[in-house]
Design a protein around this ligand. Structure first.
Ligand SMILES: [Zn+2]
Length: 65
């Protein structure tokens, strides 16, 4: 089960919640005010698993010839 980050559209509090994929698109009850106004934040974290290094491409070398 992935962890999603939510922000409350009512009080602005942010919280993380273990949410099944089927429930991920639904609003979640806010942990601060209790209002069911937590909207999912699309973050780059979680899902995928491996994190890329990025930057310049270090591959290559003997390409000539
Ligand atoms: Zn709230």
């Amino acid at each position: 089960m992935p962890i999603y980050e939510y922000v409350c559209s009512r009080c602005g509090a942010k919280f993380e919640k273990l949410t099944p994929l089927a429930e991920a698109h639904k609003t979640q009850p806010c942990e601060a005010c209790g209002e069911r106004a937590g909207e999912r934040i699309l973050s780059a974290t979680s899902l995928g698993g491996s994190h890329s290094h990025g930057g310049s491409c270090g591959a290559g070398g003997s390409g000539f010839g």
